[in-house]
Ligand binder design. Structure first.
Ligand SMILES: Nc1ncnc2c1ncn2[C@@H]1O[C@H](COP(=O)(O)OP(=O)(O)OP(=O)(O)O)[C@@H](O)[C@H]1O
Length: 151
């Protein structure tokens, strides 16, 4: 089953939007497989955002992302990566449609509340980076969601 890594960034945590974001993913029908409040290290963030290392905004991005705790989550379900990105909205909130998380709750690209994996491959790499101990997974049975520990 497809999985995505969603992270509520420091501004989202500080503004009390964790519950709102969790609610939207739950209501959409995705299943929560992992959730953790954590204060990321600079090293972890440099790995997470390694493709952006040469961008002029990179130092500011690292400063922003280490300004307070974040909430990392793994959501599971059909199309979790693509649909998750649609639910977040465009990177720049000015381009995010109302009804998306960024479209509804922010105005600055440098403080855009949440992260969502952009490909299935990157989602798996990000899940391994942020939850190295492994996360729960779901298997659909006829009448229940069953839980088992992922290796
Ligand atoms: N021009 C910019 N100025 C300041 N910050 C920026 C700018 N562009 C991107 N960022 C920050 O860097 C993050 C990563 O940029 P990226 O281009 O990977 O967008 P994204 O994939 O939509 O975002 P994310 O990876 O956080 O989900 C953005 O979410 C934003 O916080």
């Amino acid at each position: 089953m497809e999985r995505t890594y969603i992270m509520v960034k420091p501004d989202g945590v500080q503004r009390g939007l964790v519950g709102e974001i969790v609610k939207r993913f739950e209501q959409k029908g995705f299943k929560l497989a992992a959730l953790r409040l954590m204060t990321p290290t600079e090293e972890h963030l440099k790995q997470h955002y390694k493709d952006l290392a040469e961008k002029p905004f990179f130092p500011g991005l690292i400063k922003y992302m280490t300004s307070g705790p974040v909430v990392g989550m793994v959501w599971v379900g059909k199309g979790a990566v693509t649909t998750g990105r649609k639910m977040l909205g465009a990177t720049n909130p000015a381009d995010s449609a109302p009804g998306t998380i960024r479209g509804d709750f922010c105005i600055e690209v440098g403080m855009n509340i949440c992260h969502g994996s952009d490909t299935v491959e990157n989602a798996e790499a990000e899940i391994a980076l942020w939850f190295p101990e492994g996360v729960a997974t779901y298997e659909k049975s006829e009448d229940a969601w069953l839980y088992e520990k992922r290796n």
